[in-house]
Design a protein around this ligand. Structure first.
Ligand code: ATP
Ligand code: PAF
Ligand code: BAL
Length: 286
């Protein structure tokens, strides 16, 4: 497994791969890798001849009050996991490689980037879209795999790649969960033992709500009840919403079809994200 920190080394290798007609799959990450990330690597290996994993904790997507300094880092552990996962090249740029002096261009996504995470974290998707566009162009990846755990992020990147005609296919991977249903996430490491015991209530609440809505329960009362139940269990809910999967717009009253439930909730000092599909049945008139 090759480890590159400078653009020259990355470009020499990717040019040689492309000259041989090999397709390149990219898995962008911020490190502190877990089984969700290695599942992304497996998916990229199925679809491409060569797999690049980038590890870069992107300062541009963190707000001034956010957890950039506390973000978990474990380079040695990450490299060992990636070796075992069969990654071909790890791209480990420094902030100066990603944002060299004079760097001045930003990608400003709208549409699915507005609202929810976009509202809770101003500038976040601008940072994500900018760094992902740079990563796509630096690696010249044919495809890139993103986790559904960050549902809105996946939709934003898909929109950016389509709107800018970027020559990269954006593929989703379903959320990898722990035994109790909690979505794996690097930030879960910061939950106390007690909080970790409680955290599985979040996906269970989404499941119960999805089942109720699929069974035809009126939306607002069902969502309000579940939100209050979560708050009674110690979660501080940022949002719990039913949205159109691609646009992230609120699900229109009376519409039927596949919607998405999205949630962001704090447990102690950790902000958990999750989402689930839900089939909304046609409304039957009383
Ligand atoms: N449980 C998971 N299942 C599937 N994909 C995941 C999972 N967790 C993270 N990913 C995906 O891995 C990629 C890199 O994410 P990142 O490095 O931020 O990890 P993370 O665990 O989401 O960390 P964070 O604590 O920042 O949310 C993203 O595409 C993300 O959606
Ligand atoms: C896609 C990403 C690697 C961009 O920094 C990040 O937002 C993440 O880890 O999900
Ligand atoms: N996994 C999403 C990246 C972030 O929280 O900044």
């Amino acid at each position: 497994m090759q480890v590159e920190r400078e653009l020259a080394g990355l470009k020499a290798t990717t040019q040689a791969w492309r000259a041989r007609g090999e397709r390149i799959g990219l898995v962008p990450t911020m490190g502190a890798l877990h089984a969700g990330h290695t599942a992304l690597v497996d998916a990229a290996r199925r679809e491409a001849d060569r797999v690049i994993v980038s590890i870069f904790v992107n300062p541009l997507q963190f707000g001034p009050q956010e957890d950039l300094a506390r973000y978990p880092r474990d380079e040695a552990g990450d490299l060992e996991k990636l070796r075992q996962a069969g990654c071909d090249l790890v791209w480990l740029p420094t902030p100066a490689v990603m944002y060299p002096p004079g760097d001045a261009t930003r990608i400003e996504p709208a549409g699915p980037a507005e609202g929810w995470e976009g509202a809770a974290r101003p500038g976040h998707f601008r940072g994500v879209a900018t760094v992902c566009t740079k990563l796509f162009m630096m690696t010249r990846a044919d495809l890139a795999v993103f986790g559904e755990k960050d549902w809105q992020q996946f939709q934003v990147i898909r929109r950016v790649a389509a709107d800018l005609h970027l020559p990269v296919r954006i593929l989703p991977l379903p959320t990898v969960r722990d035994g109790d249903g909690l979505a794996l996430s690097s930030r879960n490491q910061r939950l106390s033992t007690e909080e970790r015991g409680e955290a599985g209530r979040l996906p269970r609440a989404l499941e119960a709500l999805a089942a109720a809505l699929a069974g035809g329960a009126p939306r607002e009362p069902a969502m309000g009840r579940q939100r209050r139940a979560l708050e009674a269990q110690g979660f501080r809910v940022d949002y719990l919403a039913l949205v159109v999967p691609e646009s992230l717009q609120p699900w229109p009253a009376g519409a039927s079809g596949e919607a998405r439930l999205i949630v962001a909730a704090h447990l102690g000092s950790v902000r958990l994200l999750d989402n689930m599909p839900v089939m909304i049945p046609p409304r039957t008139e009383a």
